[in-house]
Design a protein around this ligand. Structure first.
Ligand SMILES: CNC(=O)c1cccc(C)c1Nc1nc(N2CCN(c3ccccc3Cl)CC2)nc(N2CSC[C@H]2C(=O)NC)n1
Length: 185
């Protein structure tokens, strides 16, 4: 299982590299990694397992964060009421093919499993995106996401291109955003 010791932190060059596009069929090893990444997110969101294994909770994990420079990320955004997740998918070779002009940012800022410090400020992203990606079988998908799931996917796609959330923060005006941008709780 993946634990925090497998997650690389700021300063590791892999976090700033352009990850390699996956080719299909994925290797057994790459398929196992996808499974392990999703399992990490599930474990991290379970208070008992997270406490037992000292896991930081996350809703997304990109392969470069476990030192594998491959364009693959696991996303598991739970619903408020604990029923079916808002979004659960392993996205391979994801591309944002269109997006809203309107921006959005998490009201509390963003955290990252690879950043062991609080960096405050609005991370303004696209509120709505049309995302093209491949699943583990190599089937192409084109979906529209908005608000929190859209923000999480943009955060994970950034990791595949060596971008970290605080690269987007205007440190002179960290809590300034356009009037039409949304603040998401
Ligand atoms: C500095 N302020 C903050 O971090 C911050 C502070 C307050 C609120 C938010 C909303 C903040 N922001 C933020 N909170 C999260 N979590 C909230 C708690 N949750 C969770 C926790 C426990 C069980 C189950 C779950 Cl689900 C896990 C996810 N996640 C992200 N990000 C940024 S996009 C990728 C995603 C990620 O997985 N990061 C590790 N940001």
């Amino acid at each position: 299982m993946i634990t925090m010791k497998n997650i690389i932190r700021e300063g590791n060059d892999t976090l700033r590299a352009e990850a390699k596009k996956a080719t299909f069929p994925l290797s057994e090893e790459q398929q196992q990694l996808a499974h392990d990444m999703m399992e990490f997110l599930e474990n991290s969101q379970d208070p008992e397992i997270a406490e037992k294994y000292h896991l930081r909770a996350g809703v997304g994990l990109a392969a470069p964060q476990v030192d594998v420079s491959l364009q693959m990320a696991a996303v598991l955004v739970p619903s408020e009421d604990g029923t079916a997740p808002l979004f659960k998918e392993t996205i391979v070779n994801p591309v944002i093919i269109s997006h809203s002009v309107q921006g959005a940012a998490l009201s509390e800022g963003e955290g990252c499993l690879s950043v062991d410090r609080d960096v405050s400020g609005y991370v303004v992203r696209h509120d709505r995106i049309t995302l093209r990606y491949y699943d583990l079988e190599g089937t192409q998908h084109k979906i529209r996401l908005k608000n929190y799931p859209a923000i999480v996917c943009q955060h994970e796609i950034d990791h595949l291109h060596g971008v970290l959330f605080y690269d987007h923060i205007d440190h002179d005006h960290p809590f300034t955003m356009q009037d039409e941008d949304l603040v998401i709780d």
